[in-house]
Each structure stands twice: as structure tokens, then as C-alpha cells.
Design a protein around this ligand. Structure first.
Ligand code: HAM
Length: 431
């Protein structure tokens, strides 16, 4: 088998130790914080009907047109792997009737987009996201952004920036599209080929185009905000004021266009300078999604875990810091103590103490080396002598001190090691 036979598909990754420790930290702290804000976890299938995405994200978006893993299954059904979490969440909530219209849910799940893989852009990536359904309310939008800011703090990530704008109310769509189209018309020749087509189809995509020439043109024309109703602008002002009151700084970026069509009113993006071209660690906004007859209004966000991890690492926060360590390591000298230590290990683990041992006879030196590698706080050594006396030798791995204690004391000391580890955690979001 060629060596690349063992690699996952292009743009996808196996996530393993030590990096997995950062993932666990991110997920555990997110779950804890979401609980504080009253969000319940939701797990929807990775596969949905294609129509769920077409009707929510929008037929003319890049995500739907170019990036979805869409296929027809053996039963002739048109399906797609989730490119994002909002559509499936709203599909679920729509099925829960009244209850679904006023719900707060969060998800931590893999998403799939068949994009050209590059730094920060994967084909399978993971999102931590929330959705809060309910009638438009600028305070709900502000609270959602505050939750996101809080989450970044819980993860220990400094240096991110929040950019905010508005897509306005649905009635603004036509005047905004007309206004932008008219402003772009004199520059049509300067736009890239795709934008020359998109200008009629979905003019906001032109504002979002990464082509240098297109960006130059967009820089010269009025922003979408200028074609919006007072109602929409006032809504955005109220969101910003509420955020100011909570001490959360945001930058208004009228050129911010999110690549998904379900947004109304507030949209935002969080970037981190360490990331280069794909610098968005999160995106969010208020939306209206109609999968049945009735549109469901809500607000939410999703943060890309891979990009959060890249930002954390750029800030010097490493997976090793969250690797499991502490507890005790049992060293067995001789076959009898091996059997006795297995019994002792069961008792310690039953008490919730992290405990490891070799399961075959090894030299004392090899066992101590392993204890060190595993980051044990204490080592418990038992040989024939100790077994006969009902004692054990306990070695403190930090200061190197050693003492012989009775077997009852072994349990007590093991327990105090576990207690000590809990006391030493400083961040209130650490378990
Ligand atoms: P989005 O901006 O498409 O929004 O994605 C959110 C985040 O997912 C991005 O900021 C980025 O961190 C991460 N992400 C997206 N695509 C990739 C990729 N190919 N590789 C790595 N990371 C990626 C949404 O998905 C909306 N559903 C957010 C939302 C929820 N709006 C309202 N509620």
C-alpha cells in the first residue's frame, strides 16, 4: 500500500493526541458556557435533503452552487452533507411547532464543503455554533455576540476583532440591489467575468468578490447601508449601543457581506490577524428561514474550530498545556505485586483518580521513565517486601521525596493528589 493510502481524504484530517487536547478544552468550555446562557445541545444528522440547504442558504450562493457534497443516493433521493449548521437546525426546530419558535440550541459538529483546500480552508471542518429562534430583537443579536466574545475569553484567545453590518429588512433587498447595480454599471468592464454575470443574479456576491479589480471598484461605490431604510439602520444602531453598554467593541464594516442568503438585519464576522487570507474564525447573524410555509426568525453564529485552534497556537497556547497529567503511576516489582497493583489500580480509578501501570514485568527504570512521560504526580512502588508488610513506597515526582506508608494511606494520598489537581486549576471554565 502506498504511504498516502493511510492519509485521510484531501482537505480532511484525523484529529489525534496531543492536538485533541485543545479540541477537548474548546468543546468542554463551550458546553459549560452555553449552559450558562440557557442553550441546549442539538445533534442533527450530517446528511440532509438537498432542498434544506437550497431553500435556506440560497440557490445562487457559492456554498450551494460550488461547494456542497451533493449526490443522489441509491433510492434516487437528492442529498447533501451539511455545509453549515443553521439549515439543519432550523429544519429540526420547524418540526417542533411552537416550541421551535422560541428555542436556544447549540451544536458542535463536522461540516463539509468541497472547496479548493488551502491553509485554513478544509473540506471537512468543525463548527461550534448556536441558534436562538424568536422575533427580531436587537438585544437578542447583541447577547449572541456577547456570548461569542465570552466564549473567546473562556478559550483564552486574545486579539480577535468583531466586524458588524446589516443586511436590512427583506423590503430593503430590492432598493439595495438596484442601488448597488446602478453604482456598479459604469464599472462593468472592470469587474471579473464571474461578477459581470453575478451583478444581475446576486449583486451582493460582487461586493464580496475577492478579485483585486472588483474590490477596487467596490471601494469606489456607496455601501449597501446607504440604500437601506431608517428602520434597518436604527436596528443596527441599537445592537451596537447594547454591545457598547456591555463593553464589547465592534467595528462597523458596511462592505461586510456574508456568503449566505438567509440573513436579515445584523450580520457579523470575527477575524484573527494571525490567520492570513482565511482569517475569519467565526460568522453570524440574524436570519429568516422558510422551509415550510412559515419563515422562522432567529439569530446565531458558528465558529470554525480549526481556525480557532490555529489562532490559539499563534498566541502560544498549545495542546500540551491541556494534556491529561497528574494522578498516580503504580510501579510493580515482581509478578505478585503486578497482580496486587492491578487490584489497587481498580480501587484508585473507582475513586476517580487518574492511575496507570505497566501490565507486564519491566525494570524499575523503565517503569519510572513511563511514569515521567505520563506526567504522574506520585509514583506508588510495591515489591515483595512492601506486599508482606502491607505498605507501599510513595514518591513525589515534583520534589523527588519518598516515604513508606500503609495501604490505607495510599488511597488517602491518591485522593489528595486528585484534590490538589482540581484546586490548582485557575480558569473557572476548566473542569
Ligand atoms: P460561515 O461564515 O460560512 O457561517 O462559517 C462559519 C465559520 O466556519 C467561518 O468563520 C470559519 O471559521 C469556519 N469555516 C467555514 N468554512 C470553512 C472551511 N472550508 N474550512 C475551515 N473552516 C471553515 C456559517 O456557517 C453560518 N451557519 C453561521 C451562522 C449561524 N449564522 C447564523 N447562525
Amino acid at each position: 500500500m502506498a504511504s498516502n493510502e493511510f492519509q485521510p481524504l484531501q482537505g480532511m484530517s484525523d484529529i489525534h493526541a496531543p492536538e485533541i487536547n485543545l479540541w477537548r478544552m474548546i468543546e468542554e468550555r463551550a458546553r459549560k458556557l452555553f449552559g450558562c446562557y440557557g442553550y441546549e445541545e442539538l445533534r442533527t444528522p450530517a446528511l440532509e435533503k438537498l432542498s434544506v440547504f437550497k431553500r435556506s442558504i440560497g440557490d445562487t450562493t457559492d456554498v450551494v452552487q460550488k461547494e456542497m457534497y451533493a449526490f443522489t443516493d441509491r433510492g434516487g433521493r437528492e442529498l447533501a452533507l451539511c455545509p453549515e449548521g443553521t439549515a439543519g437546525t432550523i429544519r429540526h426546530l420547524a418540526g417542533r411547532g411552537e416550541e421551535g419558535l422560541n428555542a436556544r440550541v447549540f451544536y458542535i459538529a463536522p461540516m463539509f464543503r468541497c472547496e479548493r483546500p488551502q491553509a485554513g480552508r478544509k473540506r471537512q471542518f468543525h463548527q461550534v455554533g448556536v441558534e436562538a429562534t424568536g422575533e427580531p430583537n436587537p438585544l437578542a443579536d447583541a447577547e449572541c455576540i456577547a456570548l461569542q466574545q465570552h466564549l473567546l475569553e473562556a478559550w483564552g484567545l486574545d486579539g480577535s476583532k468583531i466586524q458588524i453590518s446589516t443586511r436590512g429588512i427583506p423590503a430593503d433587498r430590492q432598493p439595495v440591489a438596484d442601488g448597488l447595480r446602478n453604482a456598479l454599471q459604469p464599472h462593468l468592464d472592470e469587474l471579473c467575468e464571474e461578477c459581470q454575470r453575478r451583478i444581475d443574479e446576486n449583486v451582493l456576491r460582487v461586493i464580496d468578490c475577492k478579485n483585486e479589480n472588483c474590490a477596487k471598484v467596490v471601494g469606489q461605490i456607496p455601501s449597501a447601508l446607504e440604500f437601506m431604510s431608517d428602520e434597518s439602520r436604527k436596528y443596527l444602531d441599537t445592537v451596537i449601543l447594547a454591545l457598547e453598554k456591555m463593553g464589547i467593541e465592534v467595528e462597523v464594516n458596511p462592505k461586510l457581506v456574508r456568503g449566505l442568503d438567509y440573513y436579515v438585519h445584523t450580520v457579523w464576522e470575527i477575524t484573527h490577524d494571525s490567520l492570513g487570507a482565511q482569517n475569519a474564525i467565526a460568522g453570524g447573524g440574524r436570519y429568516e428561514i422558510a422551509l415550510g410555509k412559515k419563515a422562522i426568525p432567529g439569530v446565531g453564529f458558528a465558529m470554525g474550530i480549526e481556525r480557532v485552534i490555529a489562532s490559539l497556537e499563534a498566541c502560544g497556547i498549545t495542546a500540551e498545556q491541556f494534556a491529561p497529567k497528574g494522578g498516580v503511576w503504580l510501579v510493580s516489582l515482581g509478578e505478585d505485586s503486578l497482580a496486587e497493583n492491578m487490584k489497587l489500580a481498580c480501587e484508585l480509578r473507582e475513586k476517580g483518580i487518574r492511575c496507570g501501570m505497566e501490565l507486564s514485568a519491566k525494570s524499575m527504570k523503565a517503569q519510572m521513565r513511563k511514569a515521567n512521560r505520563e506526567g504522574a504526580g506520585k509514583v506508588i512502588i510495591r515489591g515483595e517486601d512492601e506486599l508482606a508488610k502491607g505498605t507501599a513506597i510513595i514518591k513525589d515526582m515534583e520534589d523527588g521525596s519518598q516515604e513508606e506508608v500503609s495501604l490505607e494511606d495510599v488511597m488517602r494520598i491518591g485522593f489528595s493528589v486528585a484534590q490538589y489537581e482540581i484546586r490548582n486549576k485557575t480558569n473557572s471554565f476548566e473542569e
